[in-house]
Design a protein around this ligand. Sequence first.
Ligand code: AQP
Length: 328
Amino acid sequence: MKRVFSGVQPSGNLTIGNYLGALKQFVELQNEADAFYCVVDLHALTVQQDPEELRKRSREIAQIYLACGVDPVKSTVFIQSHVREHAELGWLLQCVSYMGELNRMTQFKDKAEGKANVTVGLYTYPVLMAADILLYDTTHVPVGDDQKQHIELTRDIAERFNNRFGETFVIPNPQIQKFGARIMSLTEPNKKMSKSAENEKSRIAILEDPATFKKKIMSAVTDTDNEIRFDEENKPGISNLLSLYSLFTGDSLDATVARFQGEGYGTLKKQLVEVMTDKLGTIQARYHELSQDPAELDRILATSAERARTIAEQTVNRVKDAMGLVRL
Ligand code: AQP
């Protein structure tokens, strides 16, 4: 059976980019695969976090998974730090990873650029991500486009390990949607929308109220030629809004472009706000319903962590045996 693993960092409020690029796929995949969905709190520690905020956000993200439609009966929903084997395998894999390959990671370069004190954790983050994936004999990793390079690294590390120590890991495949894998910033449409970007206006949170996201959509950066056409290179702003409309309604991109032919940008923006209000409204209502019973969320997280631990422990034992560590 297909085994799926994916995670989201509690490093900010989840955006519609995280929803369309990752979470929406989580919900679809749980019907055809054994799915593990993790809140990767250890990854969030690679940059400075407020401890109370981090704790609150980690639970919040698990709750958003559920509100978006992840079913804890079908999927294993857990917090990374509840399963110690993530950190343990992370170290073991660091000892078979090369600095040369980590030096090539573009996300590290982007996140470290211009910063005075960059943590070692931010640099080795892709190896911890490889451990997350390989722990569960994952066959498919649903992610947005920005994570492609990290999955390729995971495959390289796993193949190297298998060659050196014998068949130990399943080699995972990235599962990246053809369309919707990269939602762009509303203020700088040549950059991806990011939950920790400095400019609040660049992104929309899944839990944001309609009045706030309406302002952001209405003032989203476009261009001056006032023609509705999908052209990511020359019209990144309008192309991003067309993609959003198509992804939120489920209409094809061609149908969306045809729908707004001859209309002004204002019409596209207004109608996008309407469909987003509808879709996000449903998720937000479910989120608030779940907030009424925090003990139930804890029960789900504890049961899931237990299941994850059983599998993770077996993998780490296999790795230790292969590498020559003594087990009692
Ligand atoms: N703009 C995006 N479009 C499509 N998919 C996206 N993802 C992130 N941004 C977009 C996907 O969401 C999942 C969770 O991402 P993450 O928390 O591991 O970190 P990230 O990829 O670095 O996402 P952010 O929002 O930009 O977080 P910060 O600001 O903390 O770095 C991944 O599958 C990702 O591809």
